[in-house]
Write a protein that binds this ligand. Structure first.
Ligand SMILES: Nc1ncnc2c1ncn2[C@@H]1O[C@H](COP(=O)(O)OP(=O)(O)OP(=O)(O)O)[C@@H](O)[C@H]1O
Ligand SMILES: [Mg+2]
Length: 365
C-alpha cells in the first residue's frame, strides 16, 4: 500500500522506527537469494526518556530524522536503493469485511460505506487500500450465501492516517534514500516470519512500548490487535518491585535470570497476562469461527522475545508450543555475521520484512 516511486537497483533497505531504537537493514538479491549487506541500530532511549514521544511533536521528529541521517551515513547506504519504511501497527487498521459479491465500481462505494463504521475521522484524512481475499463458495452452506442466495466476498481493508504516513516519510527526508513505499509493520512482520508458508500462524511481536498480535491464515493477515504495552512495562515492574533503578532493572531483565517461570516472578505477570489474555481471545474467536482449524505454529517476535524463559511462559499460557520467530531464515549472510545475526534475532522482523517487500517485487519482475 501507499506506493511512491520505483527504483530499479537490486539493493533493498528496510527502516523500522521503533520507540526504543531505529533498525535498518540492507539486503541484496544475490544468486537468487536475499543476502544481508548491512544493518544498523540507533538507540533512542535517550529521546524517549527526555522528550514526549508522539509523532506530532516537532522536536521529536527532528531528533529521529537526525538519528537516521547519521546512521545512514555510517552505514554508507547508497542512493538509488529501494527504501521501505514501516508505520507502527497501532497507527493503522486492518480488518476483514464481508460483502455480497458485486461489480468492481459498486464495491468501491460499499467499502467506503463500511469503512465509515471503523474509522471515526473523515475518510479524507485516511489512506485506504483493499483487496478481495476470498470468494466464499455458495456450495459451502448457508454461511457462504447472502439472504437471497448470492455469493459473498471477503475484503481485507487496510487504512492509516495520512498524517502518520507523511510523518514517517519526513523522517527519511534529508538522507540520500528515497522512499519506495510505506506499510503497516504488521505486514512486514508477517512477510519475514511467515512469507509464503501456508497454514495458520499466531505472531506476538513485543517491542518496548507496544505489542502487535497477528493471526495469519494462508498468507493473509486475518486478525490484528495492538496493545499499548511491551518490554518497558516489564522493566518498570522489576524496578518497582525490587526497588532498584530502571537502568538496573533493564540490565536484570536482559540478563540470564529467568523471571518468568519462577514463583517469585509474579510481579511481571500483569503485563504479560494482558498479552496472553488478548492472544487467547483472538485464538478462541478464530477457532470458533473456523470449526476444523488449528494453529500450525505460534511465534514470538520483537526485542522482548529475547527475554529468558519467554517461550516457556507463553507455551504454558497458550497450551501449545510457542517459539521465537526467525526473520533471518530466508537471508544468507557471511560467516562472520553469524554471531551478530543471532544477537539481533527477532528484533529485526520489521526491518527485514520491509526490505523483503522490495526484493520479492524485484524477483517477480
Ligand atoms: N535480552 C533481552 N531480554 C529481555 N528484553 C530485551 C532483551 N533485549 C531487548 N529487550 C527489550 O526489547 C525491547 C525493545 O524491543 P524492540 O526493539 O522490538 O522495540 P521497538 O521496536 O523499539 O519498540 P516498539 O515496537 O514498542 O515501538 C526493550 O523493551 C528491551 O528492553
Ligand atoms: Mg517495534
Amino acid at each position: 500500500m501507499f506506493e511512491f516511486l520505483n527504483g530499479n537497483k537490486n539493493h533493498f533497505i528496510g527502516i523500522d522506527f521503533g520507540i526504543s531504537s531505529i533498525k535498518v537493514v540492507e539486503l541484496s538479491y544475490k544468486d537468487q537469494q536475499a543476502h544481508l549487506e548491512n544493518y544498523g541500530v540507533v538507540d533512542l532511549d535517550w529521546i524517549s526518556s527526555t522528550g514526549q514521544v508522539t509523532s506530532s511533536n516537532a522536536s521529536y521528529e527532528q531528533k529521529l530524522n537526525d538519528a537516521l541521517k547519521s546512521l545512514v551515513e555510517k552505514m554508507n547506504l547508497k542512493h538509488g536503493s529501494q527504501t521501505f519504511v514501516s508505520i507502527p501497527g497501532f497507527s493503522g487498521l486492518i480488518t476483514i469485511i464481508e460483502l455480497p459479491e458485486m461489480a468492481q465500481d459498486e464495491l468501491a462505494n460499499a467499502i467506503q460505506f463500511e469503512a465509515h463504521k471503523y474509522i471515526p475521522s473523515s475518510l479524507d484524512e485516511v489512506a485506504m487500500s483493499w483487496e478481495i481475499i476470498e470468494y466464499v463458495d455458495a456450495q459451502a452452506g448457508s454461511q457462504g450465501q447472502t439472504k437471497d442466495g448470492g455469493k459473498k466476498i471477503k475484503v481485507l481493508l487496510v487504512a492509516a492516517p495520512k498524517k502518520d504516513i507523511e510523518h514517517y516519510g519526513r523522517l527519511v527526508a534529508g538522507t540520500n534514500l528515497q522512499v519506495s513505499a510505506i506499510e503497516l509493520e504488521t505486514f512486514s512482520i508477517e512477510r519475514s516470519l511467515v512469507g509464503e508458508d501456508s497454514g495458520t500462524f499466531l505472531i506476538i511481536d513485543i517491542g518496548s512500548h507496544a505489542t502487535n498480535i497477528i493471526l495469519v491464515e494462508k498468507g493473509v493477515v486475518r486478525v490484528n490487535r495492538n496493545i499499548d504495552a511491551g518490554g518497558n512495562e516489564i522493566t518498570i515492574a522489576i524496578s518497582d518491585s525490587m526497588k532498584i533503578s530502571r537502568q538496573r532493572a533493564e540490565a536484570f531483565k536482559c540478563g540470564e535470570k529467568d523471571f518468568l517461570n519462577t514463583t517469585e516472578s509474579s510481579f511481571i505477570v500483569p503485563v504479560l497476562e494482558l498479552i496472553v489474555g488478548e492472544s487467547r481471545r483472538i485464538l478462541s474467536a478464530y477457532l470458533e469461527k473456523n470449526n476444523n482449524s488449528k494453529i500450525d505454529a505460534m511465534f514470538l517476535s520483537g526485542g522482548t522475545a529475547k527475554m529468558k524463559g519467554i517461550e516457556q511462559y507463553f507455551s504454558r499460557a497458550l497450551g501449545q508450543p510457542v517459539t521465537i520467530g526467525n526473520p533471518w531464515r530466508r537471508i544468507t549472510f557471511d560467516d562472520n555475521a553469524k554471531h551478530l545475526v543471532e544477537n539481533l534475532g527477532a528484533s529485526f522482523s520489521v526491518a527485514i520484512g520491509l526490505a523483503l517487500r522490495g526484493l520479492d517485487e524485484h524477483k517477480r519482475k
